[in-house]
Design a protein around this ligand. Structure first.
Ligand SMILES: Cc1cc2nc3c(=O)[nH]c(=O)nc-3n(C[C@H](O)[C@H](O)[C@H](O)COP(=O)(O)O)c2cc1C
Length: 394
């Protein structure tokens, strides 16, 4: 047990994470017809080897219509199990826990990749199933002005979709993942059911708040029916969507989901309107942490904090202050895949280089012992020690 919460093992149900550092789901836009490629193995692999406790594979779609853009991962058929197993297996070989997020993009399906500009995709020769990829949603309400109106799901299709999430969970289990996260945030299908803006249904899935929460509740029940008891289940929510669904609603939802087997609420925000920011466009360190703290305190459920958490001491403080149980490091781990090792070093955790495999950890540790660290504050000291060593050699 480390003196630092960030580096203490953490057990949820029957699964133990070696530390509380989580790589959140991040799309790679690199799948081919839903199938993972070597890119996914390399990407998840480098984070697992970098020392994270849990690596969650990107939003993987429960049906073709739910793909957000070109290159989304799929899990809508058993053929995806074997290639996904290779990724889960490699993550576990690196002593990290393998997680996967299940998702469906709803009315935001068939969109451009972010660097091509926000908005709907135009047909290209590359896409041979354009019509089969038509966006569906709780109601025929477009996401924004430039977006096409989706087709409203028939009641029977909603039931089929609940089953699609459960089938996907069964496949994730067969592929060897040990943590499952359901994507209920960022203005995608589940969130579209929750929000009054996008859900005007007249049946039992729309109208009152409890009706709007029915879809995610049924999904959780169905998923829990085939996801083993000893494996944790997370739900990502936009705890504040700046469009009517806020922390109080999120707490009420968490209280419904917890007794149905949800262990952790992953606390994100935004995405239901073009105006509501995701990825912290208001730019502030820890900008979503208060949402995590609020849900944790009022719903008495474990939470994961995410969003502009960049430094080790920042992450440690969030845990010490009881604002979250787990810390997700997204873009900063893209910048530095060995973030856990680096954070351990900067915090002064003993054996920092043991957070990564000896193939490179040993070499970095040896270099560090000779005074060449990665800590800016010791750069000068390191330089002097290095010079001293060189003198000895000379
Ligand atoms: C490249 C990229 C892809 C992302 N893909 C997903 C995704 O698949 N599912 C999801 O829930 N969030 C996704 N996100 C959001 C991240 O999981 C995370 O919540 C966000 O980046 C904020 O955390 P950060 O400031 O540490 O990056 C993505 C973010 C990035 C940068």
């Amino acid at each position: 047990m480390s003196e630092f919460s960030l580096f203490s093992p953490f057990t949820i149900r029957g699964v133990t994470l070696r530390n509380r550092i989580v790589v959140p789901p991040m799309h790679q836009y690199s799948a081919v017809k839903g199938f993972p490629t070597d890119w996914h193995l390399m990407n998840a692999g480098k984070f697992a080897a970098g020392g994270a406790g849990l690596v969650i594979v990107e939003s993987t779609k429960v049906e073709r219509r739910g793909c957000g853009t070109v290159g989304d991962l799929g899990i809508w058929d058993d053929v995806f199990i074997a290639p996904l197993r290779r990724i889960a297996g490699f993550i576990k070989e690196q002593n990290a826990v393998a997680g996967i997020q299940l998702g469906h993009s709803g009315r935001k399906a068939r969109a451009r990749r972010p660097w091509e500009g926000d908005g709907p995709l135009a047909p290209t020769a590359e896409i041979d199933d354009w019509d089969a990829w038509s966006p569906v949603a709780p109601s025929a309400i477009a996401h924004g002005e430039k977006w096409p109106a989706p087709r409203a799901l028939e009641r029977g299709e909603v039931k089929d979709l609940v089953q699609a999430w459960a089938d996907a969970a069964r496949r994730a289990e067969a592929a060897g993942f040990d943590v499952l996260e359901l994507h209920g945030a960022h203005g995608y299908l589940v969130h579209e059911f929750l929000s009054e803006r996008s859900n005007r249904r007249a049946d039992e899935y729309g109208g009152s708040e409890s009706n709007r929460m029915r879809f995610i509740t049924e999904v959780v029940e169905a998923v829990r029916g085939c996801w083993p008891d000893h494996k944790p289940l997370f739900v990502r929510l936009s705890v504040e969507d700046n469009a009517g669904f806020g922390p109080e609603q999120s707490v009420r939802l968490a209280k419904i989901l917890k007794p149905r087997g949800v262990d952790v609420i992953d606390c994100s925000s935004g995405g239901i309107t073009d105006a509501a920011p995701i990825l912290g466009r208001e730019i502030k360190y820890s900008y979503q942490v208060p949402l995590s703290e609020y849900v944790r305190r009022h719903a008495d459920i474990m939470t994961m904090a995410v969003g502009l958490i960049i430094h080790g001491d920042q992450a440690e403080r969030i845990l010490q202050e009881g604002q979250a149980d787990l810390i997700a490091i997204g873009r900063e781990i893209l910048n530095n895949p060995n973030w856990p090792m680096d954070a351990a070093l900067k915090l002064g955790v003993e054996g920092s280089f043991r957070h990564v495999p000896p193939q490179f950890g040993w070499w970095l540790g040896t270099r560090h012992k000779r005074g060449f660290g990665t800590r800016p504050s010791t750069w000068q000291v390191g330089l002097e020690v290095g010079l001293e060593e060189n003198r000895k050699v000379l």
